[in-house]
Ligand binder design. Structure first.
Ligand code: COA
Length: 389
């Protein structure tokens, strides 16, 4: 039996800031952000969206009544969760109207955890092939205004439905994992923004990719030429390009050109949204599959997942004949319809998130067009609303 990703769908904010404008405001050359970092636009997440609402907004449009009846495992992977104890997946399952018999958990290991969730879900479906599992990587990437990490912020959620005989991608049982204690990026419980050694984390990322990719090639007796395309965790799109370039010397000139062309399709959406933390690799995969006209059924796709701290995994999937049917094909249009905010508006929204205090709070959500919104906090409980109910 084959198991893998049956459907994929993405949600982010309806707001973005232009990266050339942000560079100007920070007295940086626009090309540093546009080319050096590789970002054109950055999602600006309003206070009325959090990890829970982004996750629910990502999953809702792709689920049929049949899917909802079959889902018995919900994993929300996040490193920007809203509670130190209760799983975001419980809120998400309620908003989506899922069965109370579903197992609902939150997973954490920086940007890597959605991959752990996906592998857990695949194993679950191998044992229970008539069931389906929902895996969502949902995050808001925040480094702080005027910080070095600021141009690598963003936010959003990628939802994936895992099933037997999937429409999109069959997951191969060939993962190579590396994890070790590395202090490149972490967020103590008393911090709202991550602590990061940016250059160090970029170097560790490449080291981890090299380690797991070379081990994969050895274990599988494989060759770079076996892959139609490689996809990467994209904290900023230049990072994935650096990883790809680190293995290009193994390829012929023609293969290099082809791999670089596929990569441009894979980074298209991340370039317009920014970092998603847990969802970034999967937005790259979605971007590749939605945008690239030169892929075909049977193609082998390589996926490199990385989470600071650190954990890396390289694994592969086989593209299925009707993969387009499972994709979020309207995403390019939705991204194009977003509203641009200026730097002052972005800064105001950045500073006006729900406060980490016990007081009751009311948020302005009326202009947020998303179906699920956060309206505030009452008695220390977050208040969620389905605006279309
Ligand atoms: N035109 C084109 N490129 C330019 C440029 C210009 N005018 N000015 C600078 N650049 C390039 C630099 O050469 C560099 O490219 P390189 O990395 O290929 O050498 C890139 O832009 C970034 O410049 P740099 O000076 O290194 O940026 P920075 O010190 O401001 O920080 C990060 C960059 C990524 C380290 C920082 O944004 C960060 O800490 N991000 C969060 C951590 C992260 O995402 N880690 C990834 C692993 S998970």
């Amino acid at each position: 039996m084959q198991v893998g990703i049956d459907k994929m769908h993405f949600a982010t904010s309806h707001l973005y800031v232009d990266m050339a404008e942000l560079a100007d405001a920070r007295q940086q050359a626009p090309d540093k952000y546009l080319i050096g970092i590789g970002q054109s636009q950055m999602a600006v997440i309003p206070p009325s969206q959090d990890t829970v609402t982004l996750a629910a907004n990502a999953a809702y449009p792709m689920l049929t009544a049949e899917d909802i009846a079959a889902i018995d495992l919900v994993v929300v992977a996040t490193e920007s969760g809203i509670d130190n104890s209760k799983a975001a997946a419980i809120y998400v399952a309620k908003l989506l109207g899922l069965s109370k018999r579903a197992r609902t958990i939150e997973m954490k290991e920086a940007c890597y955890a959605a991959t752990a969730g996906l592998q857990l879900a695949a194993d679950h479906i191998r044992v229970h092939p008539t069931k389906k599992a929902l895996v969502i990587g949902s995050d808001i990437a925040r480094y702080g205004l005027n910080s070095a990490g600021e141009p690598t912020q963003g936010g959003g959620a990628v939802a994936m439905l895992v099933s037997a005989d999937p429409q999109i991608l069959v997951l191969n049982d060939d993962s190579v994992v590396l994890s070790d204690d590395v202090m490149d990026f972490w967020r103590p419980l008393y911090h709202t923004e991550a602590l990061v050694d940016g250059k160090y984390s970029s170097n560790i990322y490449i080291d981890y990719f090299q380690d797991v990719f070379q081990a994969y090639l050895k274990e599988q007796s494989a060759d770079l030429a076996d892959f139609a395309a490689l996809t990467f965790h994209l904290p900023y799109t230049k990072m994935g390009l650096k990883a790809l370039r680190s293995v290009l010397p193994m390829a012929t000139t023609d293969q290099q050109t082809t791999l670089l062309a596929h990569f441009e399709h894979a980074r298209r959406f991340s370039r317009q949204v920014g970092n998603l933390y847990t969802g970034s690799l999967y937005l790259g995969l979605l971007s590749l599959l939605v945008s690239d006209p030169d892929l075909k059924a049977g193609d082998l796709i390589g996926l490199f997942s990385y989470g600071s701290g650190a954990e890396g995994e390289f694994y592969t999937g086989r593209l299925q004949p009707n993969y387009q049917r499972g994709l979020d094909l309207e995403l390019p249009q939705r991204l194009a319809r977003r509203q641009r905010v200026n730097v002052a508006e972005y800064e105001a929204l950045f500073n006006h998130q729900l406060q980490w205090i016990a007081d009751d709070q009311q948020l302005d959500y009326q202009n947020d067009p998303q179906r699920f919104v956060l309206t505030g906090q009452v008695n220390e409980q977050r208040q969620y609303l389905d605006q279309q109910a």
